[in-house]
Design a protein around this ligand. Structure first.
Ligand SMILES: C[S@@+](CC[C@H](N)C(=O)[O-])C[C@H]1O[C@@H](n2cnc3c(N)ncnc32)[C@H](O)[C@@H]1O
Length: 296
């Protein structure tokens, strides 16, 4: 989970994201959408948010998936097409740039836009969309980026799965405080958005920037709650998502705490053994937010 941008990591987290997302916040967004909504998905990755939200919208709709990584956008088209076919939905490509998923309530149209969101909102086709949505993006961006978006947008802004800094590993370990505080500092590294990444400050920064411009805020918890379940046969591999989370925390902590290498190494060994023994559980706090423009 180094920077969180690898398709393999996005695939691992997708079912946990799907379980965690706030239905209540999504319901507020759905209530605002017109008959055939057009959504602009920032930092879309392989299309995880599309796969969760499109069936909830449940009628004809159009999505523009924005990412700076063209390979990611190609993976998004492939994954969306594969998953649609797996559930018996027909897909067509009316032109080189467009994928249509023929769902019962109307077609889901998907297009891609390769763009660097550091240049947002300038690079975004805001006028041709009804809502700006994102998932697991807003803890990467800077405070200045959120201010610019809040100043420019007259559309609903939905930011799902923003980390909020609450993390509990169970059972506790003496080095948890060291690892978790180093991990949080590491989340604040510059991630290409013109300033320190917001990390756990993202929910508060979004609420403040949009709230100051008269937007109404809806918020809901979307925590990951991951548990390696009780005893299992030895031929089932240890929980890959928990393993990635532990290794990701250890890597980030080592980057920030060079003198704590021995303690972090011990923490990592203990946590990996706990995963193998199906003893570890983990809660990582997230928030879903929806900012609704004045008068909507
Ligand atoms: C943590 S992933 C989330 C992906 C997807 N939204 C999801 O929930 O699975 C962040 C995504 O933002 C994209 N991204 C990061 N920085 C970007 C930038 N400056 N411009 C455009 N996309 C960016 C990455 O390529 C990646 O796909």
């Amino acid at each position: 989970m180094s920077e969180g941008f690898e398709p393999g990591w996005l695939e691992l987290r997708e079912p946990h994201d799907a379980l965690a997302r706030s239905e209540a916040v999504a319901a507020h967004l759905l209530a605002l959408l017109p008959a055939r909504p057009r959504l602009l998905d920032l930092g879309a990755g392989t299309g995880s948010l599309f796969r969760w939200l499109a069936p909830r919208i449940g009628r004809a709709q159009a999505w523009t998936l924005v990412d700076r990584d063209k390979a990611m956008l190609e993976a998004a088209f492939e994954t969306i097409a594969d998953r649609a076919e797996q559930v018996g939905l027909k897909i067509t490509f009316p032109n080189r740039k467009t994928l249509l998923v023929h769902a019962p309530g109307g077609a889901w149209r998907v297009e891609a836009l390769a763009a660097d969101l550091a240049e947002a909102p300038l690079v975004l086709p805001l006028a041709s969309h009804d809502a700006v949505v994102s998932s697991a993006l807003c803890d990467l961006v800077s405070a200045a980026w959120v201010e610019r978006m809040a100043a420019a947008l007259r559309l609903p802004f939905y930011a799902s799965l923003c980390v909020d800094g609450r993390e509990v590993f169970s059972p506790p370990h003496p080095a948890d405080a060291l690892v978790l505080s180093a991990f949080r500092r590491d989340q604040g590294r510059e991630k290409g958005f013109g300033g320190p990444a917001l990390g756990a400050r993202a929910p508060a920064a979004i609420a403040a920037a949009f709230g100051a411009r008269g937007f109404t805020l809806h918020r809901g918890a979307s925590d990951w709650q991951v548990r390696a379940r009780g005893p299992q046969p030895m031929d089932i591999p240890p929980h890959p998502f928990l393993t990635e989370l532990v290794l990701g925390h250890a890597l980030a902590a080592r980057r920030q705490e060079r003198r704590g290498a021995a303690a972090i190494g011990d923490w990592t060994d203990v946590r990996l053994n706990q995963i193998a023994m199906r003893l570890l559980s983990l809660r990582i706090g997230h928030r879903d937010l929806l900012a609704v423009p004045p008068g909507r």
